[in-house]
Design a protein around this ligand. Structure first.
Ligand code: NAD
Length: 357
């Protein structure tokens, strides 16, 4: 049962979302709908080939290709790509990839005002948010601006079908983390809560199916639908302890994004379940068992997800420093942050044992 809310303020991000059509068949029509004639196609280096295929499908309306999108949106890469967009007189951006490529399109849009078409190939959810994280001189800063929200999103399940199984699992758990934190967000709305619950259900049903058969497009579609819902939640409410811990650990030890989310999620959920058991009750209901944190741990384990920070190269000696850093410039959280409890949480996440219920 989801806790009912009598009053709320909901801020929604408007985008045209096209779900389920093969992207190669509809991309031309979507560019035309924008009134654009000179698209710049963006990707990471490993996805350059599929980006070239997309440009070929776009035909004469593809004015250029930039295939150097990089994790955490370094400003130097954005400046190169923005110069390229200006040189070729691009009038729209087409980003095909995960959060890194979509982040690059957002960063160019912020500087140029160009309209964006986002075509996600992971479950990270950046396409559904007006949030942009950028790095300059090793420092990551995050902004929220309607200008960076892609106006068109094309979800094609065939694109996530090429995600390796390991990345499918960690990216899915990364998406689920947005929904879990959305359930207890200070600025949550009834609408966002319904999206979060449906998003979690889509992954609970879809991910085990995808693991049984990674090429099952119906199951891939179910998980991609979940990614849209979970990303939409991220785009409309503030995140709390889980995201703070992931940003802190990621920044301090240069950890991989999705894996860190996958490992921390059960532990941050267990920490907050002590303060808001009613709000987190849907998690236990969806994933089984009595305790939301343990339910997520068991689900992650059943998918063979990474469970331990020590496997990402974090040492036990790092944990004191990380716990202290997590308490600095803390995000709002439903349970006050207590140093010894956060340190204990990190110890469990480091070892990879089930969270304390
Ligand atoms: P990613 O975009 O960095 O992709 C990781 C790797 O997987 C890349 O090499 C990419 O080319 C490859 N890849 C992507 N899709 C593939 C596919 N279908 N098949 C094969 N390979 C594929 O990873 P991500 O987890 O999607 O994004 C992480 C980044 O996005 C981080 O920088 C994070 O901060 C950001 N992010 C931002 C938001 C936001 O709202 N601003 C939300 C979520 C994530």
């Amino acid at each position: 049962m989801t806790a009912h809310q009598d009053r709320f303020v909901a801020e929604t991000n408007v985008a045209r979302v096209r779900f389920g059509d093969p992207v190669f068949n509809v991309i031309g029509e979507e560019i035309e709908r924008l009134g654009a004639k000179r698209a710049l196609v963006l990707s990471t280096p490993p996805q350059a080939e599929i980006a070239q295929d997309l440009a070929a499908a776009i035909g004469p309306a593809a004015a250029g290709l930039f295939t150097c999108a990089t994790m955490h949106t370094p400003v130097e890469v954005t400046e190169d790509a923005t110069d390229h967009a200006k040189e070729i007189e691009a009038d729209c951006l087409v980003a095909m990839g995960g959060g890194s490529t979509i982040g690059l399109a957002k960063a160019i849009a912020l500087r140029t005002g160009l309209p964006q078409i986002a075509i996600p190939t992971t479950y990270a959810g950046s396409e559904a948010t007006p949030i942009l994280g950028q790095t300059e001189n090793g420092q990551k800063t995050t902004l929220r601006d309607p200008k960076v929200q892609p106006g068109v999103i094309i979800y094609d399940p065939a694109l996530v079908a090429t995600l390796p199984v390991g990345m499918t699992v960690t990216s899915g758990l990364n998406a689920m983390a947005h929904a879990v934190e959305g359930l207890y967000a200070q600025d949550r709305s009834a609408d966002g809560t319904a999206q979060a619950v449906d998003g979690l259900r889509a992954f609970a049903d879809g991910l085990p199916e995808v693991l049984r058969d990674p090429s099952n497009l119906s199951a891939r579609g179910r998980t991609l639908y979940g990614a849209w819902l979970c990303g939409s939640v991220l785009g409309t409410v503030g995140m709390a302890l889980h995201h703070k811990l992931c940003h802190t650990l990621g920044g301090m030890f240069d950890l991989p994004h999705a894996e860190t989310h996958a490992i921390i999620l059960p532990h941050a959920t267990a920490y907050n379940a002590k303060a808001v058991p009613d709000l987190l009750a849907p998690v236990a209901e969806i994933f089984g068992g009595d305790h939301p944190g343990v339910a997520l741990y068991d689900f992650a384990k059943s998918l063979d997800a990474p469970l331990a920070l020590k496997d990402l190269g974090v040492t036990e000696a790092d944990l004191d420093r990380a716990a202290k850093a997590a308490l600095q410039a803390a995000y709002w959280n439903p349970r006050p942050l207590e140093l010894s409890a956060i340190r204990a949480l990190l110890q469990d996440a480091w070892k990879g044992v089930a969270p304390r219920s």
